[in-house]
Design a protein around this ligand. Structure first.
Ligand code: ZN
Length: 459
């Protein structure tokens, strides 16, 4: 079915047109997507508050129907509040998409599936006020502020003299604070939060302040900008420091939350950097017992200061983590996924056009060493089977092989952008053509995959 066909069919299902028997027919255009959101309030993204939620990012823009089906299959919005439009600025750049395209693709997907229960919309990993403005303008409702560039991970191993020196150089005016005042508030304090006792001696305090001080100032600046720019519109904010080098200790989480509170920032979820490794598209790497202790501490702090949700970034395929996070966060949890939907697209393609999938895989192997730079991944080319040697029937199984999976995951931008000898996209148009020609197969794969993600969080 063409996309126009989808729109027409769904328009009938949604009763669009107000007058019984009237069917509006129109192209799948930005103007019509905006009109749908204007007239059908359930297509307009809104804040989800502290409800258990999941972000279902979609790099290609064709995944929302499968995502809707997965949410429905686990009990709908009463079980998991969905965020269908979600993409980071980095990935918009890599996929050549704009905020409005991300929004419109999700709108059409919800409309086609007759989803009327609402959605959030996450403008993910925003680093500048210009990012905020661009996403606010097209109706995003959740703004994930990423102050990662302002986190000083070297503080973890700095000695006392270095910490004192760096603490003195913090932007105290931006923090509406002074070092003396901060020392008076924390030093010698021992706070009890549920099962945790957090004691602030000088080293602990200065380490937290040096590591996260500039990040807190940046988040406060971004939050002020968002509040002013949004005016009366209801929006919500997430703070994410997941993409930093070293884990966020409980004392650091305490300090960050306490300081953001003091600066009157309101946030609905926070993504700490957990212990171990949350790599893209593969299960958790590290000591699961350590992670359990870590999540328990962060969850207790989120209840104490918010309550706000713990946000699990790079959340796809972390099947070992879900039951632990669900139990410890007691429903105050947001699961964020993105690239795994692209991998399900590749799974779909591997079944319908193995030769084409093999070409993508071979190209991904060539690109991997360059493309992996901005991700935390540990796949090794030498461990991923060479593209030529894999029998046709075994190609889909590459998506279960750790190294091949990560290689395919982080090279999506190059796959979409690569031009053939004729200057036309080498893969992109064929990839989209195959997915559009096989929408049910793609939706089935997504539904199956995401039910496994969402079910552990249903209470
Ligand atoms: Zn993240």
């Amino acid at each position: 079915m063409s996309r126009t066909g989808i729109a027409i069919g769904a328009a009938v299902a949604a009763g669009l047109g107000a007058v019984a028997g009237t069917v509006l027919v129109g192209p799948v255009s930005p103007r019509n997507a905006a009109a749908l959101r204007r007239h059908l309030e359930w297509l307009r993204p809104r804040p989800l508050g502290t409800k258990t939620s999941a972000g279902l990012g979609d790099r290609l823009g064709l995944a929302t129907p499968g995502h809707v089906r997965a949410v429905r299959a686990v009990g709908g919005i009463a079980a998991i509040a969905p965020i269908f439009p979600q993409q980071s600025i980095r990935e918009m750049t890599r996929t050549g998409r704009t905020p409005i395209e991300v929004m419109d693709d999700a709108t059409w997907g919800m409309f086609a599936e007759g989803w009327k229960d609402g959605t959030g919309a996450d403008a993910d990993h925003l680093k500048t006020t210009a990012d905020v403005d661009a996403c606010l303008a097209v109706g995003f409702s959740m703004f994930t502020i990423d102050p990662g560039e302002h986190v000083d991970s070297a503080a973890d191993t700095a000695d006392a003299a270095t910490l004192r020196e760096r603490a003195a150089a913090l932007p105290w005016a931006d923090l509406a604070d002074s070092e003396d005042a901060m020392r008076r508030r924390y030093l010698g304090q021992s706070v009890v939060v549920e099962h945790l006792t957090i004691a602030f001696d000088e080293a602990t305090l200065l380490r937290a302040a040096v590591k996260y001080g500039r990040a807190v100032a940046h988040v406060a600046r971004m939050a002020r900008h968002l509040r002013q720019a949004a005016g009366p519109r209801l929006v919500e904010l997430e703070v994410s420091v997941d993409e930093t080098e070293t884990p966020t200790s409980p004392a650091e989480h305490y300090w960050v939350a306490n300081e953001l509170n003091r600066l009157e920032v309101e946030w609905v979820s926070l993504a700490p950097r957990f212990v171990g490794r949350f790599e893209k598209g593969v299960d958790y790497i590290g000591d699961i017992g350590e992670l359990e202790k870590d999540i328990a501490a962060h969850a207790a702090l989120a209840r104490h200061f918010g309550p706000y949700k713990l946000s699990l970034h790079s959340g796809s395929d972390k099947f070992k983590v879900y039951p632990i996070a669900a139990r410890l966060a007691q429903g105050l949890v947001h699961l964020k996924t993105a690239g795994t939907s692209y991998l399900e697209a590749l799974r779909t393609v591997a079944a319908v056009d193995p030769a084409f999938f093999r070409a993508i895989y071979a190209f991904a192997r060539e690109r991997y060493d360059t493309d992996k730079a901005s991700y935390h991944v540990s796949a090794e080319l030498g461990k991923a089977p060479a593209a030529k040697g894999v029998p046709e029937g075994d190609l889909p199984a590459l998506l279960e092989q750790f190294d091949a999976r990560e290689i395919l995951h982080v090279t999506f931008g190059s796959v979409l952008k690569e031009a053939g000898p004729d200057g036309k996209p080498r893969f992109k148009d064929t990839l989209f053509g195959l997915l559009r020609a096989n929408p049910e197969a793609y939706a089935d794969n997504l539904e199956r995959h995401f039910v496994k993600h969402l079910k552990p969080f249903v209470r």
